[in-house]
Ligand binder design. Structure first.
Ligand SMILES: *[C@@H]1O[C@H](CO)[C@@H](O)[C@H](O)[C@H]1NC(C)=O
Ligand SMILES: *[C@@H]1O[C@H](CO)[C@@H](O)[C@H](O)[C@H]1NC(C)=O
Length: 505
């Protein structure tokens, strides 16, 4: 009877040692980074990392306009587009959802929203198959659904050059406007996706809940965006769809260089943490190793290489394949063909299957958990500090928007436990809602709801289990989680880890 637990214990200790050993090895192979070399954590975010070029002007116009593919035209159903069902889910987020569906007796106090930018051109291409030329123009026909959307482009024109005085985004257009998409540029359809989400949220937060009270003022929102045009343009479209009055002269959109919205202001945390990069690389490498021995995976790659008539070794990693193929699937284009065969929706479904599987496996690893918890700690603190400041009357901000990337949304939802490795679609959203409830004697209790792409997943969070009331999570549960999650993931001292060499984890 007692032998089993003992052997399990030994097993546990061994795997812990192996993990630590692996980590130690990786940390020791780090290049020595001098203090001066420390940069903000712009991790190698392969999927979203491509630099962007100025979007104004037609420098890229090498193809006659008539041959451009209408990236920005509305899509028909997946079966007609040749998209696999999984790819169709990646192309579009749900435009409705359970946001704002709190039981009676509660009052909505604040909302924090973290988004991924809308539909964009790929950053990867298939070897020997150049990315089809997509249009990154915002065509008027796209925005006809209702009078609000119809006024989107004219309003954007009227704010050209009239952004907030200290805006750092003045070099970007307010909406996609290049005839040919450069790598990783948002399409007009991407703007439409965020307009729709903004409108959906306005229906609940503004019309049902009156989140901003009687009269809206710009200091009731906080907006931050990474420095890319696609995240800025996503924030702009989202806000246009959402806000009761949109005045870009009054609205300050903060720019961050951190993909995970790390801010040094919070509790003396360091955002300069070279260890993060190595944790991520190790986690990615390990998940790649898992697949390599899977014969069905090898067969899939051979079939793909055979279809495209390229060497298997020329095919890139799974997300690169998915990203390259999204150019076709998300834009109603015929799938690429080799000399004799064409890529089929079934093959794309297959690739997605392996990507989902390996991401789910990666999510379960200690390395990845450490990476996301460390990366997201600052943002979690910001969110909870903001809620507390609001409840103490120290800020007027009732709506916060963080406009980021697939990784931003993926890591945050991962840390919260509401998404365990599903690659977020374009225009994905993580939403945290703060509610109050009168508790007598002028006292109030505070509760949270956590949503991912419109689904209420509060009960799935990793920390609310014992703090659920009417399906809502006590605010204290989040605060307790933020105080303990690093330790629970084996991180004892974040600043030591990030500041003083890299060997203290
Ligand atoms: C936007 O705000 C600016 C600065 O407060 C103001 O001058 C301008 O009239 C406003 N625009 C609109 C359309 O309300
Ligand atoms: C994969 O297979 C090779 C050779 O068969 C083996 O040495 C290796 O340990 C396997 N790797 C994993 C992660 O299972």
């Amino acid at each position: 009877m007692s032998r089993l637990p003992a052997s399990l214990q030994v097993l546990g200790v061994i795997s812990l040692l192996v993990c630590l050993g692996l980590l130690y090895t990786y940390l020791n192979t780090l290049p020595q980074t001098g203090r001066k070399l420390r940069v903000r954590p712009k991790y190698t975010y392969a999927s979203e990392q491509q630099p962007e070029h100025a979007e104004v002007g037609g420098a890229l116009l090498t193809t006659p306009k008539s041959s451009l593919h209408p990236a920005s035209s509305p899509r028909s159903s997946p079966s007609q587009t040749g998209a696999s069902p999984r790819m169709a889910k990646y192309c579009d987020p749900p435009f409705t959802g359970q946001e704002g569906e709190a039981p009676p007796g509660y009052q909505l106090e604040a909302v924090t929203t973290v988004i991924r930018h809308g539909d964009r051109s790929p950053v990867y291409s298939l070897y020997n198959y150049p990315t089809p030329k997509l249009s990154c123009l915002s065509e008027k026909q796209l925005f006809q659904e209702n009078s609000k959307f119809q006024s989107f482009l004219p309003t954007m024109w009227s704010y050209r050059g009239r952004e907030h005085g200290t805006s750092k985004f003045k070099q970007w257009m307010l909406y996609p406007s290049s005839s040919v998409c450069d790598s990783g540029q948002m399409t007009g359809y991407g703007s439409l996706q965020h307009l729709k989400i903004g409108k959906h949220l306005a229906n609940t937060y503004l019309h049902k809940w009156q989140l901003f009270g009687e009269e809206f003022s710009a200091d009731q929102v906080y907006v931050s965006s990474t420095e890319f045009s696609r995240t800025y343009q996503s924030a702009v479209a989202f806000l246009f769809g959402f806000l009761p009055t949109f005045n870009l002269t009054e609205l300050y959109i903060e720019q961050t260089r951190s993909m995970v919205f790390c801010s040094d202001q919070y509790s003396g945390l360091t955002c300069h943490c070279p260890v993060l990069q190595d944790l991520k690389v190790s986690a990615d490498r390990n998940s790649g190793l898992l697949l390599r021995n899977d014969s069905r995976y090898t067969a899939m790659r051979s079939q793909l290489a055979n279809t495209l008539d390229v060497k298997v070794g020329k095919l890139r990693h799974l997300f690169a394949l998915v990203d390259a193929l999204s150019a076709y699937s998300c834009h109603k284009l015929a799938l690429p063909c080799g000399p004799t065969k064409c890529i089929t929706p079934d093959m794309i479904e297959d690739i997605w299957g392996f990507l989902d599987k390996s991401e789910k496996e990666k999510y379960k690893t200690d390395l990845f958990q450490q990476f996301i918890h460390l990366s997201l700690h600052s943002l979690l603190l910001r969110i909870s500090d903001h809620f507390n400041n609001l409840l103490r009357g120290r800020t007027k901000v009732r709506f916060s928007l963080f406009s980021g990337h697939d990784h931003t949304v993926n890591f945050l939802s991962g840390v919260l436990g509401i998404n365990k490795g599903v690659w977020p679609s374009f225009a994905s959203r993580v939403i945290i809602e703060l509610y109050s409830k009168n508790a007598g004697n002028r006292r109030k209790h505070f509760f949270l709801r956590f949503l991912f792409n419109g689904k209420d997943l509060t009960s799935k969070t990793s920390f609310c289990e014992n703090d659920l009331v009417n399906g809502m999570c006590k605010l204290e549960a989040l605060e307790r989680f933020i105080k303990t999650h690093l330790l629970q993931n084996g991180i004892h001292d974040i600043s030591l880890l990030c500041n003083q060499g890299n060997r203290s984890l």
